[in-house]
Write a protein that binds this ligand. Structure first.
Ligand SMILES: [Zn+2]
Length: 308
């Protein structure tokens, strides 16, 4: 346990390589806090630093102890803005495997402990191993401090190269998440990376559209498998028919992380005056710039994407 109590401390930097079971800080004039530590299981956290402006916080969990269904909590990070214009973010890393313990309360409570500063972006880094992530995601999104603060949601799906898939009665599907209703009134942007266009991923996007009435922009970065088949893409376009106010960006290329080469992005925007017609553009995306190359019309009547 790290315990710091100081009336004059303005900056605290801690990189702990050994595991700790908690952090207790009382520092009324602290401005900058950098903490990185590992924990075996549940931690105890208390930070009293009302003047803090810069926070970089990271806790890694070693043991399989914080569990929600098939998901294990691996890391929680909280980062205030590093550059002007950047938004403060909370990042949750979890991985799925064959364990099944129903400890929703413990899981959510553990995440809550790390919310030691304000944030407006939530990032979910999920190693799915073929499992359905909707139940986990909507439980996290339903947490009071998250649904009230979140302006932007990023879901990063990490798929393994080995054969994925869960058993027919896998508990990842059994929690009725598809009928959940939560209110994400502050959420304006959602980005999902590694999306394969699978049924449960489409259901997740649909539910997000339903729960976030102020949503302006959705970015879908397809996984390699989805990029090579039309189905994943078409499934995604289809759900946007009913949401004319949302801009949908679909990235087909798997290069989007590296941006080494040009990647092609389809900007698909439903024209509100002519709802049957979708005006789209092919744009070339390079780091920091978007160049419009061509205007296309996307036909919604066929099952595949056609250009004209
Ligand atoms: Zn599963």
């Amino acid at each position: 346990m790290l315990a710091v109590s100081s009336a004059s401390l303005q900056e605290l930097v801690l990189h702990q390589t050994d595991w700790m079971d908690g952090v207790n800080i009382v520092a009324p004039v602290l401005r900058q806090l950098t903490v990185s530590f590992s924990a075996m299981e549940k931690v105890s956290i208390s930070v009293l630093a009302p003047m803090v402006e810069m926070v970089s916080w990271r806790c890694c969990y070693f043991k399989v102890s914080i569990v929600f269904g098939v998901w294990r909590l691996e890391q929680v990070t909280l980062q205030t803005a590093q550059t002007p214009g950047q938004l403060p973010s909370l990042q949750i890393h979890a991985s799925a495997n064959s364990i099944f313990v129903c400890e929703e309360e413990t899981f959510m409570h553990e995440i809550e402990k790390h919310m030691i500063a304000e944030f407006s972006v939530l990032e979910l880094h999920l190693e799915t191993n073929g499992h359905v992530f909707g139940a986990l995601a909507f439980h996290v999104l339903g947490m009071n401090r998250i649904c009230s603060a979140m302006q932007k949601l990023k879901v990063i799906l990490q798929r393994s190269s080995v054969k994925e898939g869960c058993s027919p009665h896998c508990p990842c599907e059994s929690m009725g998440w598809r009928s959940q209703t939560i209110s994400l009134t502050g959420t304006e942007e959602v980005e999902i990376s590694g999306c394969g266009g699978d049924g449960h991923e489409i259901d997740f996007l649909k539910l997000i559209l339903k729960c976030a009435p102020m949503l302006k922009k959705m970015i879908v970065k397809l996984s390699d498998g989805a990029s090579s088949s039309d189905d994943g893409c078409t499934n995604i376009y289809n759900i946007f028919k009913a949401y004319s106010s949302v801009e949908l960006y679909v990235y087909l290329s798997s290069d989007y992380d590296a941006y080494q080469s040009f990647s092609i992005c389809i900007l698909c925007r439903v024209n509100a005056r002519q709802p049957r017609l979708t005006i789209s553009m092919i744009v070339m995306v390079t780091p920091g710039s978007v160049v419009i190359v061509d205007m296309i019309i996307l036909s919604r009547t066929t099952n595949s994407v056609t250009w004209s």
